[in-house]
Every structure is written in C-alpha cells, then in structure tokens.
Design a protein around this ligand. Structure first.
Ligand SMILES: [Zn+2]
Ligand SMILES: [Zn+2]
Length: 74
C-alpha cells in the first residue's frame, strides 16, 4: 500500500463523521436568531425559528459521507 494521498484525519469535522443530522450555525441568520432579510430587525429567523442553529439532514461539508473533503480553496 502506498500512502501517497495520506491525510492526517479522514473524518469530517463538521459532522464528526456522522454525515447526517448535523447541527450547524444557522446559515440564514449566522447564529443571531433574527432574520437579516426582514425589515423588522427583530424578526425571528424562519430557518432556525430563533434558535440560532439548525439541524441538517445531510452534512453540507461532506455530503453525508462523513469523510472530509479537500477544500477547493482556502
Ligand atoms: Zn436562523
Ligand atoms: Zn460532514
């Protein structure tokens, strides 16, 4: 076996290798719980319902595989 593409950690850090049901900071309000697209500055975020975080069925970083993806850019 040749470890020519050896990676120190092969698991996705976002979902910790689970791939599914991963809790992330709400991308719509970035954790504030308020919807930035509403005129009312205190409008509750419709995506996380004010929680500031949301659970995704499929991890956005690994696509549900649980394996880390090589970033296209840094
Ligand atoms: Zn939100
Ligand atoms: Zn993941």
């Amino acid at each position: 076996m040749n470890n020519k593409k050896f990676r120190s950690y092969s698991g996705c850090t976002t979902c910790r290798g689970h791939g599914t049901d991963v809790t992330v900071t709400c991308p719509n309000c970035v954790g504030t719980g308020y919807d930035p697209h509403e005129d009312n500055p205190f409008a509750q975020c419709h995506q996380c319902y004010g929680e500031g975080e949301t659970t995704l069925e499929i991890c956005p970083d690994c696509g549900g595989s649980g394996e880390a993806q090589d970033p296209e850019d840094e």
